[in-house]
Write a protein that binds this ligand. Structure first.
Ligand code: ADP
Length: 377
């Protein structure tokens, strides 16, 4: 297939001028991290952080120009700003600002056709957040809801593998990418767009921009719920995301060995800070079930999460055991909820999904009640 070349992309970008310096954006050395793969183009435009918001039209212009090239299926262009070097005092450097999508950096509008968006978050990596997100999404689908899964974990996108999807998204209308699909769920992940071997070097503002594009510029169709697998942790990138995405609620995944569950608390505080309701806590790798005899061992002083949730005023959504089958099925692209729906573990995920759905309905009803109605007589 005759794809677009780097040369062709740079040639078209040369015709675009940086409004700040008047130079063309290629000549001014503003293009970074250009990648092309089977018609999917991604790159960043480096901008001065103080020009932040003013550069959004430039980003759009560059994206449109590249998208118009023959052989380009998608163009993902993000603005990025160098983080100013650490102050001599060693305090945290100010976060570079990214052009907000709307006035004042307000939340992006709720996607047309998407009734609710929930985040699955964790205080740190490796607790099984993605495994929980994927099985929760499948549990929601098993209950008859229309579900989308957005992999916002762009540093380590795992949804293509866990959902058993390979290949690249295509566009049926020439404008937006169609979400990929498997097991009846729509999926979008940076893992579909860039090569796993050559990961992009993401900086804070790029993360946000890429995420917003995956929501906005993707044809998701009609969804009852979009499950967002958040990047692990509670840093600036996660906070911005929680702030800017119109989340209906959040689910926090934690493990019991994380004794005082300090990380889970950080997650809770992060969402509270931005007024996103926390639906509750899921304890993953809660206890160990012996695959041979079925005996249950509480290797990590199980129960800590339930107590901690109660102490923090959070609901406890359920506990998932540490079992080989869960790891093998999700790492192999056949998550347990679809590959072994009759198993005990699949039932646990479905029960969590049902609890989450009840919370979603409550949150939507509360939102509805808070919206003033205009009666036209
Ligand atoms: P995170 O998204 O928090 O980084 P992952 O979902 O990628 O974590 O899980 C990390 C590893 O642990 C994966 O190999 C996954 O299969 C495994 N894992 C997650 N939950 C369980 C579980 N309940 N039992 C066994 N293995 C699990």
């Amino acid at each position: 297939m005759a794809g677009v070349t780097e040369r062709q992309i740079l040639d078209v970008l040369k015709s675009i001028k940086d409004p700040a310096s008047g130079k063309d954006i290629v000549g001014a050395g503003m293009i970074a991290g250009l990648q092309t793969k089977d018609g999917h183009v991604a790159f960043a435009i480096e901008v001065d952080p103080k020009n932040g918001a003013k550069m959004e039209p430039l980003r759009k212009q560059a994206e449109k120009a590249v998208h118009a090239l023959k052989g380009v299926i998608s163009a993902t262009v993000v603005l990025t700003a160098e983080r100013p070097t650490q102050a001599a005092g060693g305090g945290p450097a100010p976060q570079p600002r990214h052009a907000p999508p709307g006035p004042g950096g307000a939340k992006a509008p709720v996607l047309a056709g998407v009734r609710s968006i929930i985040a699955v978050a964790s205080g740190k990596g490796g607790v099984g957040k993605s495994t929980t997100a994927v099985n929760l999404a499948l549990g929601l689908a098993a209950a008859g809801h229309r579900v989308g899964l957005l992999d916002a974990d762009i540093y380590g996108p795992s949804m293509p593998r866990m959902m058993g999807i390979s290949g690249r998204p295509t566009s049926s209308d020439g404008q937006t990418l169609d979400a990929m699909e498997n097991y009846g769920i729509k999926v979008m992940s940076m893992g579909f767009m860039v090569d796993e071997e050559t990961p992009m070097i993401w900086r804070g503002p790029m993360v946000q921009s890429a995420l917003e594009q995956m929501m906005r510029d993707v044809n998701w169709g009609e969804l009852d719920v979009m499950v967002v697998d958040m990047p692990p942790g509670t840093g600036d990138a996660q906070l911005t995301m929680a702030q800017r995405v119109p989340l209906t609620g959040a689910v926090i995944v934690s493990t019991p060995q994380d004794i005082a569950l300090l990380d889970a608390r950080k997650g809770l505080n992060m969402f509270r800070k931005v007024d996103v309701p926390v639906f509750g806590l899921v304890e993953n790798m809660s206890y160990f079930t012996c695959p041979k005899c079925g005996e249950r061992s509480e290797i990590f002083s199980h129960g800590g999460a339930r107590r901690e949730a109660a102490r923090l005023g959070m609901d406890f959504l359920g506990e998932i055991p540490l079992v080989m089958e869960i790891r093998e099925t999700s790492d192999g692209g056949h998550p347990i909820v679809v590959s072994k729906p009759a198993s005990e573990h699949a039932k646990v995920y479905r029960a969590i999904a049902d609890r989450v759905w009840t919370k979603i309905e409550q949150a939507l009803a509360a939102r509805e009640a808070a919206t003033p109605r205009i009666v036209i007589q």
